[in-house]
Write a protein that binds this ligand. Structure first.
Ligand SMILES: Nc1ncnc2c1ncn2[C@@H]1O[C@H](COP(=O)(O)OP(=O)(O)OP(=O)(O)O)[C@@H](O)[C@H]1O
Ligand SMILES: [Mg+2]
Length: 253
């Protein structure tokens, strides 16, 4: 099983949207996908619950000694995000190792694990990074992007050094990019010169059909309209680029 975490302490940048699309993308390939929603808002849970097998609540990965899993099946198995997840931030710090311990036990039965995280630098984010093989950061372009990305990069690098030497920071995904805005175009240029290869290309534009799709629990390629087709092409390009980066990691080993 390969585990991916979507992270950024800034809210509303597309963590849940891209995580949900990656899960559906691999489920469409006939693979077995675990989806862990560590955000108490439960946005990904709302998008995925109708199309998923339901597993234990995600909070159990932090606070239960044992977890009860359904039989592994092709498609998505969801660890739903519930309000109790906020209490995780008050657990002793060593709870950050628990999700990995639980997920390691079932790893051989699944192909992918995708973890969505809340917009906070807390124990849930660190717990997700400890359990992950790969970290990805969606971001939105603004004058503050560099500052925010520097902060999450530091968190990822710090977690790698302290707790998970094998974690690979695959990169950052520019989302809701408005190519017509001069401000955004120049912010993107600046980010590229600052973070270079860590920026996954191409950016994903502002696409209403992406929001419409996830609001009704679909991937944008499951919506039939010209606008949705264009949006699907963009989001698929990013998912394929992520696959390519992972394969490159393998060939470097
Ligand atoms: N490329 C896009 N074009 C248009 N709307 C988008 C795009 N990506 C995401 N959205 C919408 O923007 C909003 C925020 O996205 P999302 O919930 O994925 O962000 P998030 O980083 O998970 O937020 P939070 O930190 O609150 O969990 C959602 O309403 C989503 O549908
Ligand atoms: Mg979210």
């Amino acid at each position: 099983m390969e585990t991916f975490v979507f992270s950024n302490q800034k809210g509303g940048v597309g963590k849940s949207t891209i995580a949900v699309h990656k899960a559906i993308y691999h489920a469409d390939q006939g693979l077995k996908v675990l989806f862990v929603d560590f955000d108490g808002q439960g946005n990904s849970t709302a998008s995925l619950s109708e199309r998923s097998h339901i597993g234990p609540n995600a909070v159990a990965l932090f606070d239960s000694p044992e977890i009860d899993m359904p039989t592994p099946t092709a498609g998505i198995t969801l660890f739903p995000g519930t309000g109790e997840l906020n209490d995780v931030e008050r657990l002793p710090n060593d709870c950050i190792r628990q999700p990995k311990t639980h997920l390691d036990k079932i790893a051989s039965q699944y192909d992918y694990c995708i973890i969505d995280t809340p917009p906070t630098l807390g124990l849930r984010l660190i717990g997700a990074l400890v359990a992950a093989d790969y970290a990805l950061c969606p971001f939105e372009l603004s004058g503050y992007s560099i500052q925010g990305l520097a902060q999450i990069t530091e968190t990822i690098q710090g977690t790698t050094q302290k707790f998970n030497k094998d974690l690979v920071f695959l990169g950052m995904i520019a989302n809701r990019f408005n190519s017509r805005s001069t401000g955004q175009r120049s912010a993107f240029k600046e980010i590229l010169s600052h973070f270079g290869d860590l920026i996954i290309k191409p950016p994903i534009g502002i696409r209403v059909s992406i929001q419409e799709a996830t609001d009704v629990g679909k991937a944008v390629w499951e919506i039939k309209s010209g606008a949705a087709r264009a949006a699907a092409k963009e989001i698929r390009a990013v998912l394929e680029e992520i696959d390519r980066l992972v394969n490159k990691e393998y060939s470097n080993e």
